[in-house]
Every structure is written in structure tokens, then in C-alpha cells.
Design a binder for this molecule. Structure first.
Ligand code: CP
Length: 317
């Protein structure tokens, strides 16, 4: 594997899952594989889980790790070509990327959708510049349209906890005070569509995601109906994708919050969320603290998904 930006980069999903469970059983089995190899993690946006789990995964493989927070301590970076650089931005990304490439073997990048230009976001302008100019394998640590390390961890978690061969997995929109990108729901849908699970998406009208990601998933506008018989509830907020509403908040309707009454409609479903989560907006305290909540296990599997990805890339260097 050269780059990791989406589910297709991983190859056969069943063998990737097998590898994930092997690594989970012995995280240090390949502790010499990354010796004298360096990972640089570049963050244009904040992170807790991705930063720590990816660094831990790299350390499990014996790698050296450097972290650059673009907004804290680095020169301010210009990302647009053709701009007269007379503002506070000191360095252009087009020099910064190959310079960083010289110092490492693999680059991880976190760069969220900016909601300034839908085309730039959906063409993954920043991530693709790293791929084009770094001369190094690039790992998406959440880009504008996808969060594949998260989705892989989500899949590992579902495989660990599912009680049926073909569980019903429901991704539900839930309210949030800020406009959030579609990367997590896009990516989760893309990964779920590679499985044989029953996959349902529920959201208020106007929150339709890009069909490229939702594929043949059943879209159900009645959240109660969607929850009936579910085995896994995957909650997430996202801002509108369609037309002129791109990046806008259309609703903060708290009747979409995942609560105990709704979870009782399910087949004793597990609750999932990628974190960070706004309690009593996305999910009530009762549900997230319940025995059916998998949010901590999901976050723990971020180390495993990152380790599989880094291992595969190192093996093909
Ligand atoms: N789920 C996730 O990516 O968490 P962070 O934003 O904290 O990295």
C-alpha cells in the first residue's frame, strides 16, 4: 500500500480485519519493523485520539514520530497558488510539503473541510498536494471528505461486538451547535457499503450526503423507524452537503438526540460515536454511560487501525 486515504487503499477488507485482530492480540510483534523509519504527523486541525493513537501505533512498530501543529509554533502556511504573499502567512505549502517529506518516510495529514469552497473540499485539495509534492506515502488522519482510520476502527469494533452474521447498523444524524464536516459520516458509509451488513442512514430532510458515499444504503427520514431492530447505532452530526446549503446548519432539533427511549426501539443495540461528543446534544448521559456504549472501545481500536495501516505501508516502502 502506498497511500491510505480511503477504504479501497486497504485491499481485501477481510484480510485487513484478520491482520487487525492479530495485531490486537500482540501489539509488539512487529516492534522492529519500523526501526529507523520516521512518521511526521501534520495537524491543520485539533485532535486527541488521532494524535495519540497514531503515535502509539507508530511507536509499537518501532518508528520515530514527529508532530507538527501547523497552527501552533509553525510558520503560518499559505495554501493558495498565485496569491501575493503580503499577509501574515510566511511560508507556502508548496515549499513546506517537500521539505517535510525530506525528514520522514511517511506523512500523516489532518486537514478538515473548510466550507469555503465545496469543490476544493471535495477534491481534497490539501491532502492531494501532500500526495503530489511530498514524495512520501501519505496517511489521511481525517481529510475534507473522509476519516478512514476512524472508519477502520469502527469496523473492527463492530466485528468484535456483533452477535449476528449480518447486523443492522444505523447511522443517525444528531444535533450539534457548530457546522461539522461530512468526513466521518461519508467515510463510515463508504466502509459499511463494503460489508454485507444491513446499513440504514437516518437524518432530517436536507441533510442528504453525497450519493458517492451513501451508495445503496437505505435512507430513512423517520428516526424511530430506522432504529427498530437495530444492532448498532452510530451517531454523528454533519452540516448540510447539498447545493447552496453546503456547510450550513439547517437544524438543531434536540428531538434527534439519541436517548434511552430511542435505544429501546432497537434490538438492544450498541451505541457508537467517534468522539469527541457533545453530551445531551448528540447523546444523553444515560446512553453514553450505559453498558451498551462502545465509545471507549472504538477509540481504543484507533491504535489498531493505525498500526495495520502503518505496517502495510512500511512493508511496501
Ligand atoms: N475521532 C477522532 O478522530 O478524534 P480526534 O478528533 O480527537 O482525533
Amino acid at each position: 500500500m502506498r497511500h491510505f486515504t480511503n477504504v479501497h487503499d486497504l485491499g481485501d477488507l477481510q484480510s485487513a480485519l484478520k491482520e487487525a485482530f492479530e495485531i490486537k492480540a500482540d501489539k509488539y510483534k512487529y516492534s522492529e519493523l519500523g526501526k529507523n523509519k520516521t512518521l511526521i504527523m501534520v495537524f491543520f486541525n485539533s485532535s486527541l485520539r488521532t494524535r495519540l493513537s497514531t503515535q502509539k501505533a507508530a511507536m509499537n512498530l518501532g518508528m520515530n514520530v514527529m508532530v507538527l501543529d501547523v497552527n501552533a509554533g509553525a510558520w503560518k502556511l499559505e495554501t493558495e497558488r498565485g496569491v501575493i504573499m503580503d499577509s501574515d502567512k510566511t511560508e507556502h505549502l508548496l515549499e513546506a510539503i517537500p521539505v517535510m517529506g525530506n525528514y520522514c518516510d511517511i506523512i500523516g495529514v489532518r486537514s478538515f473541510a473548510r466550507f469555503e469552497n465545496k469543490e476544493d473540499d471535495y477534491n481534497e485539495k490539501i491532502l492531494n498536494q501532500f500526495i503530489q509534492y511530498s514524495n512520501r506515502p501519505v496517511v489521511s488522519m481525517e481529510a475534507a471528505t473522509r476519516h478512514p482510520l476512524q472508519s477502520f476502527a469502527d469496523l473492527i469494533t463492530i466485528e468484535e461486538f456483533k452477535k449476528k452474521k449480518r447486523p443492522k447498523v444505523v447511522m443517525t444524524w444528531a444535533p450539534h451547535p457548530k457546522a461539522l464536516p461530512q468526513a466521518v459520516p461519508n467515510s463510515f458509509a463508504e466502509w459499511m457499503n463494503q460489508t454485507d451488513y444491513e446499513f440504514v442512514i437516518t437524518h432530517p430532510e436536507g441533510y442528504e450526503l453525497d450519493p458517492k458515499f451513501t451508495g445503496n444504503a437505505r435512507i430513512e427520514y423517520d428516526q424511530d423507524k430506522a432504529f427498530e431492530g437495530a444492532d448498532f447505532i452510530y451517531a454523528k452530526n454533519w452540516a448540510a452537503y447539498s447545493g447552496n446549503n453546503y456547510g450550513k446548519i439547517l437544524s438543531k432539533d434536540l428531538s434527534w438526540t439519541v436517548d434511552t427511549r430511542k435505544m429501546e426501539l432497537t434490538d438492544n443495540a450498541y451505541f457508537m460515536h467517534c468522539l469527541p461528543v457533545r453530551r445531551n446534544m448528540i447523546v444523553t448521559d444515560d446512553v453514553i454511560e450505559s453498558e451498551q456504549s462502545l465509545v471507549i472501545q472504538e477509540a481504543a481500536n484507533r491504535e489498531i487501525s493505525a498500526q495495520v495501516v502503518l505496517k502495510k505501508i512500511i512493508e511496501s516502502l
